[in-house]
Ligand binder design. Structure first.
Ligand code: FES
Length: 121
């Protein structure tokens, strides 16, 4: 499987205090890929913004993906509940399935995210 390894800057760590999230758009091989990053207990995790239940965006409001207590990622449509650290659906309509993780690295406070693998046609 081919992979577009180009990383793109999506946020600065100071924009994302613990328990917050931010949406971003990657351009991967000419395609627009919407993703989001969460600061979960001090660690950053990035996923494609696409629910495992029905492939649609999950945010409640712009940049809002986490539950009020910041313990889970919640899909706004039917309430699928995901572990922010692993992307695993732990409750709701798709238990055991995983959000698509995006490779992320932090360089001097800047968060970079890589494109997801290309899926064969
Ligand atoms: S679309 Fe996300 S839970 Fe149904």
């Amino acid at each position: 499987m081919q992979r577009d390894l180009s990383e793109q800057r999506v946020a600065h760590t100071q924009e994302l205090p613990q328990g917050s999230s931010k949406k971003f758009i990657l351009t991967c091989n000419g395609q627009r890929v919407e993703g989001f990053v969460v600061n979960y207990r001090g660690s950053f995790h990035a996923y494609v913004n696409r629910c495992c239940h029905i492939p649609m965006p999950m945010d409640w409001f712009e940049n809002q993906f986490l539950s009020e207590d910041a313990r889970f990622i919640i899909c706004a449509t039917h309430g699928a509940t995901y572990d922010p650290a692993t992307g695993e659906c732990v409750a709701g309509p798709c238990p055991g399935e995983y959000l698509e993780r995006l490779l992320l690295r932090v360089v001097e406070g800047t968060i970079f995210v890589a494109c997801p693998p290309l899926t064969p046609p």
